[in-house]
Design a protein around this ligand. Structure first.
Ligand code: PLP
Length: 396
């Protein structure tokens, strides 16, 4: 198999598996237990928290372990917005139209709960502008949320500029606005130092960086107003109830440490493969148009629209040839909707329904890219013949 869907999930790193194994076997204690195996599990969670904090340039008390990116994002948006409104600070939230559904649908839920939400658009490259954030800020604004890197087209957002714009507004108005970022696609590819990013909250999902599925991280800057999402026991400093996933937490810390190391070398190597794939596709396949930003982007993402193709047909054809890739976002694969990200970028619906995302990984080789470039033109031609794309509603 040639696996080019690392943005959907990545293989578990052997080191992460090794870090997890003892906690799935003999070191099975509940960290809340006061006896030896319980204390041992608590020590493992504490150790993982210290290591994650060091990798992110944060304090251990600012790190919460969750069940994944989705929970982290839900907790951050709901928990901060609720706490701020309860404190009488306001009820306006700013986000973007190109967030992952974990963010977008949570923002829509905030609207159901009576919050006023502004959804900012993006340019044709998928980039949102800090000035638009600044212009959308109002005295009732309590929270802004913007993803660090888009999962469909790989565009990297100007988070530090957005953070500066918010800080500037907050200082002039003596009014606090918190900033959250969904950084799920970033580890291993972009440096993640909390002070440099200037965010108050940040969400990560372990399986995107070689950790286990069902594990995630929520960074919450000290003194960030927050009401927990999950209620129950007092775990995670009273901020996330439920018995800790000790094995997942241990695997998460190990995977993050590895991902945070050697980013430049990894990104340089994979970026060259990405460019080879993108340029090769354009050269060999007529009617192929790359989507997204080609400069400020993740080094591992190639998103291309194939004119006259229905992307699921092409994904199936490539799958039959042993190539795994994605039609738009893996998380919304079951629906026929064109990608909300491509639509926000102004991509024509006919192009949007024919878009494919290839996401490379650390293990991707030049031989694999060569093989994809050999196989793809024939599969696109077949998909064009079999495609229903021309009968798809195109708004014309
Ligand atoms: N945010 C982004 C940008 C993602 O790509 C994903 C997963 O695809 C998520 C959030 C949700 O992560 P998870 O499914 O691990 O909860």
């Amino acid at each position: 198999m040639i696996y080019l869907d690392h943005a959907a999930t990545s293989p578990l790193r052997p080191e992460a598996l090794a870090a997890m194994e003892p906690f799935l076997r003999e070191r099975f204690g509940n960290p809340s237990g006061l006896y030896a195996v319980g204390r041992d599990a608590q020590a493992a969670v504490d150790d993982a928290r210290n290591r994650v904090a060091a990798a992110l340039g944060a304090r251990p008390a600012e790190i919460l372990f969750t069940s994944g990116g989705t929970e982290s994002i839900n907790s951050a948006l709901l928990g901060i917005a609720y706490a701020m409104r309860r404190a009488g600070a306001g009820n306006h939230v700013i986000t973007t139209a190109i967030e992952h559904h974990a963010g977008l649908h949570t923002a829509q839920y905030l609207e159901e709960l009576g919050f006023d939400v502004t959804y900012l658009g993006c340019d044709a490259h998928g980039r949102v502008r800090a000035e638009e954030f600044a212009a959308a800020l109002r005295p009732e604004t309590v929270l802004a949320s913007v993803m660090l890197a888009n999962n469909e087209v790989g565009t990297v957002q100007p988070i530090a500029e957005i953070a500066a714009a918010i800080r500037d507004y907050a200082q002039r108005r003596r009014h606090r606005v918190l900033l959250h970022s969904d950084a799920v696609q970033a580890p291993g590819w972009l440096p993640l130092r909390m002070d440099e990013l200037g965010v108050d909250a940040l969400s990560l999902s372990s399986h995107k960086f070689g950790g286990p599925k069902g594990s995630g991280i929520l960074y919450l800057r000290r003194a960030t107003p927050f009401r927990q999402l999950l209620h129950g026991g007092g775990q995670e400093m009273q901020k996330r109830a439920g018995t800790e996933n000790v094995a997942g937490i241990a695997g998460t810390a190990t995977a993050l440490e590895i991902a945070a190391n050697g980013i430049d070398a990894r990104a340089t190597r994979v970026r060259a493969l990405r460019e080879k794939l993108r340029d090769g596709i354009i050269a060999r396949v007529p009617g192929a148009t790359p989507n997204g930003c080609q400069e400020n982007c993740l080094p591992n993402n190639v998103n291309v629209s194939f004119e006259g193709v229905e992307s699921d047909v092409l994904v199936a054809g490539l799958d039959a040839q042993g190539i795994a890739c994605s039609s738009g976002s893996a998380c919304s694969n079951s629906t026929w909707e064109p990608s909300h990200v491509l639509m926000a970028m102004g991509v024509h619906i006919r192009q949007a329904v024919g878009s494919i995302r290839f996401s490379l990984g650390e293990s991707t080789t030049v031989e694999e890219i060569d093989a994809v470039l050999e196989i793809l033109p024939g599969e696109v031609a077949k998909a064009r013949e079999g495609s229903l794309a021309l009968s798809h509603p195109d708004g014309e």
